[in-house]
Design a protein around this ligand. Structure first.
Ligand SMILES: [Zn+2]
Length: 304
């Protein structure tokens, strides 16, 4: 955790790491919690999205027991879950998907998570989206959020909509994806206009989208509630650690400082750690914690 004084305002961001840095295995998640704590992380991101297939076939009672076990392990290890990744939209806004979203909110509440990250609803790859006429997708996303908000209210957990990125087809054409620009996200959040709906900023997606991250984050401003901190080469969403791609990290840290962001600074950096042999993951995780604390320490530098 970093507490830094900026002028007369304190900026308190919490360094966190997604448990997706370990193997995607329900039975190993408690080990992941303990290993993250031992590496120096005090806060965690619960990666429900990686378990959606298993969770779909699981009763709520069993899911609840699993989340309670993992959550108890976190308590015992002295770490806290602060954000989570909900199920990812895969082209079908049906009851199964809504149920998974609602369950991720209920599970998040058990784990003590404040914000569950959800991707916006998009058209299927076969259909074209043109952001100059975004009313259809704005409406669909507002309806979707309003459908799951009653459960969010019931359990007191927020929904943070993540910034996406446009896709380049093999032929080089650009397929626009709703939620890739700060304007779309700000408009969506403002239209729903609910204290439990905000934005999650993925630094790697924003890089690929070609955004100026300082001005984009300034446009998101107070709506920012969660982060996915990752680096890449500007072409592929690689989920590397900061400084292993081409992101200007000074610009990101200054932007977070300028908008007085106080949530989780959460590494979503599985490609930097999970790709390693298991014996090397703990030392890489320690390095990740050092790197995160270094970035958070930079935020207070050069202030008057
Ligand atoms: Zn992300």
């Amino acid at each position: 955790m970093g507490l830094f004084l900026i002028g007369k305002v304190s900026v308190d961001m919490e360094l966190a790491i997604s448990l997706n840095v370990f193997d995607i295995d329900m039975d190993k998640l408690e080990q992941g919690v303990k290993r993250s704590a031992a590496a120096g992380f005090a806060c965690l991101d619960f990666n429900f999205c990686d378990y959606y297939r298993v969770l779909q076939g699981m009763t709520w009672e069993r899911e609840k027991a699993w989340v309670t076990r993992v959550s108890d392990t976190a308590d015992a290890a002295g770490v806290r879950f602060v954000q989570a990744h909900g199920p990812m939209y895969r082209g079908k806004l049906d009851d199964t998907f809504i149920d998974l979203c609602e369950r991720s909110l209920r599970s998040a509440a058990i784990a003590g998570v404040r914000w569950v990250v959800i991707h916006p609803i998009n058209l299927t790859s076969a259909a074209a989206y043109d952001r100059s006429d975004r009313s259809l997708l704005l409406g669909q996303n507002v309806d979707f959020l309003n459908r799951i908000l009653p459960v969010a209210e019931q359990v007191g957990v927020g929904i943070a909509v993540e910034n996406m990125m446009d896709h380049r087809t093999k032929e080089g054409a650009c397929r626009q994806v709703y939620g890739s620009t700060p304007e779309e996200l700000a408009e969506l959040v403002d239209t729903v206009n609910h204290p439990l709906v905000g934005v999650c900023w993925d630094t790697g997606h924003a890089l690929i989208q070609g955004l100026d991250q300082h001005s984009a984050l300034s446009a998101i401003g107070h709506r920012l509630k969660a982060t996915h901190i990752q680096d890449n080469d500007g072409l592929t969403s690689s989920h590397f650690l900061p400084y292993h791609g081409i992101i200007d990290w000074d610009a990101i840290m200054h932007a977070l400082r300028d908008i007085r962001y106080t949530g989780a600074f959460a590494f979503e950096t599985h490609r930097a750690i999970r790709s390693l042999p298991d014996e090397l993951r703990d030392s890489a995780l320690k390095h990740a914690a050092l790197l995160g604390n270094y970035l958070l320490s930079k935020i207070g530098e050069n202030e008057p």
